[in-house]
Design a protein around this ligand. Sequence first.
Ligand SMILES: Cc1cc2nc3c(=O)[nH]c(=O)nc-3n(C[C@H](O)[C@H](O)[C@H](O)COP(=O)(O)OP(=O)(O)OC[C@H]3O[C@@H](n4cnc5c(N)ncnc54)[C@H](O)[C@@H]3O)c2cc1C
Ligand code: SF4
Length: 352
Amino acid sequence: MNRFDFIRPKTVAEAVAAAAEPGSAFLAAGTNLVDLMKIGASRPERLIDLNGLEGLDQIEWRADGGVRIGAMVRNADLAYDARFAKAFPAVAEALLSGASAQLRNAATVGGNLMQRTRCAYFQDPASACNRRNPGAGCDAKDGLNRMHAVIGWSESCIATHPSDFCVPLVAFDAVVEVEGLQGRREIPLDALHRLPGDTPHLETALAPGEMIVALRLPAEAAGFATHARYLKLRERTSYAFAVVSAAAALQVKDGVISAARLSLGAVAAKPWRAREAEAALVGQPPTAEAFARAADLALADARPSGDNAHKIELARRILVRALSLAAEGTPDTMPALPASPFSSHPGASHVA
Ligand SMILES: Cc1cc2nc3c(=O)[nH]c(=O)nc-3n(C[C@H](O)[C@H](O)[C@H](O)COP(=O)(O)OP(=O)(O)OC[C@H]3O[C@@H](n4cnc5c(N)ncnc54)[C@H](O)[C@@H]3O)c2cc1C
Ligand code: SF4
């Protein structure tokens, strides 16, 4: 680990001013950043510790039913907030499917959104990586790439974004509030993460030194609470990143879908909203055929970036399954993700 300065600001304004210096990085819980520093994949010259800042750990409800979540709210605190889990069950389900209990207790909302790719070559300073070192090349392209992107990738970078949390957030039109030296602004979550193109090192829409102060979910998202699910396919039943994942949410009136939300995780460098598929579902009865058509549409532009064609079929199947589960209705006990086969409980109990 290289030497770095450690700054403990007292206000957001102080944090943003400190971060304006080149080579700065915000430190939230450090569950991603400190790991990357230890292995030399990230080498900030100064860390701006966000843990002492007041007002960033609140969950605030709006009169209309929307919610504003401070950037330092811990992943577990949000998932187990009874009102939040009832209004946004697929988001709680996604949070609880990520990492481990210990990590979720520490990891923050802002840190989860801003976590870096899990591409093994990105994490290995000895490997060529355009994301870490622009112009260096991409060792993943001809390397071990069975977990890499199948949508939106480029010859420069085929990495995926690993967050579970972001997947339902993008489906529900979440917005992030960010603050920088120029003041405060909002960015739709869908525009926060960038596709790689020729500049994979530019990972998000944040300007240098800008920090996320809060995340908002609009009231409309709660309108899907009775038919909303997050489903994650992984190589172990817990403590593993997604191979593919999906968030699906429906509103059904008189046997016909009146509104649909659909997104995929671990397929691209950003959480992937399937808007055409959503539009195709509206006006259809919630049948297996309609769900299969939607999944085909969602993956129409998917193509392997390496040894990962299987992810396209897995993504298609998980979309159909997530839509079918959403149509059945949100279970009373969340999440209903498969628990360990050794557990006496069929799913971790989460009673909102
Ligand atoms: C073993 C392991 C397994 C995991 N499994 C999963 C999983 O299955 N699913 C999943 O979704 N996640 C998983 N994670 C990721 C985990 O959720 C992230 O490490 C965590 O969310 C990062 O949060 P943090 O608060 O520790 O962020 P930090 O590590 O402190 O920061 C992460 C990044 O975000 C930046 N940052 C932090 N806060 C802000 C802010 N407010 N504004 C701007 N930038 C900011 C930092 O500068 C840094 O670049 C796993 C992590 C580990 C270590
Ligand atoms: S896929 Fe992206 S992150 Fe991975 S080595 Fe290539 S450039 Fe780096």
